[in-house]
Design a protein. Structure first.
Length: 192
């Protein structure tokens, strides 16, 4: 195995984290993604992203087109989830909700649903299944995922003034194919 001389080893330029979000990598797989303002070039993908003396993730991609210096990193947390999943020799994939959701910011929508401002959450616009046994129904409002409240933009607070899409919590709390949710249906609070 040949090694490149040290001066030929690729180093990413320094950058600033400009956004952390939970988004699609490639439908239907979602995960955390860190946006940085450093140029990422073809060939950088898969390399380590380092802050100080600590690896924080893996270089993932860059924004194409005319955008310059917008790159993306997959954080170590996502890599660890993947490694934990394949430890048994089989890739099961990440748990997720395939329903379609809508924010609850519109006051006219609140009036239509007959709810006051004390109810916060995200609306189930289209359930993934119409089977009567499916736990989510059209117009359900998911107010909590586990013990974590969901705001009217479909976000949860995960500390240090960081808000992220509520679906991020699924991979944290799903157990045996189930996710604890608090729901308002027809003005009444229920748990699933």
């Amino acid at each position: 195995m040949a090694f490149l001389p040290e001066e030929r080893i690729c180093q990413l330029p320094k950058g600033i984290v400009s956004r952390i979000d939970f988004t699609y990598y490639s439908y239907p797989v979602s995960g955390l993604r860190i946006q940085i303002d450093a140029a990422i070039n073809p060939g950088n993908s898969g390399g380590p992203a380092v802050a100080g003396d600590k690896m924080i993730g893996v270089v993932f991609s860059r924004l194409g087109g005319n955008a310059e210096n917008i790159g993306y990193i997959i954080p170590c947390e996502e890599v660890e989830l993947f490694l934990k999943d394949i430890a048994d020799g089989h890739y099961d994939g990440k748990p997720m909700l395939l329903d379609e959701f809508q924010t609850l910011e519109n006051q006219a929508l609140r009036s239509f649903l007959k709810i006051d401002n004390s109810v916060t959450g995200v609306i189930v616009r289209k359930p993934a299944s119409t089977a009567s046994s499916y736990p989510l129904k059209t117009w359900d409002i998911i107010t909590k995922i586990g013990d974590t409240a969901i705001d009217d933009q479909g976000m949860v607070n995960i500390g240090n003034n960081l808000r992220i899409n509520f679906q991020y919590m699924i991979q944290k709390i799903a157990a045996k194919g189930k996710i604890p949710l608090s729901i308002v249906r027809g003005g009444k609070r229920i748990k699933s």
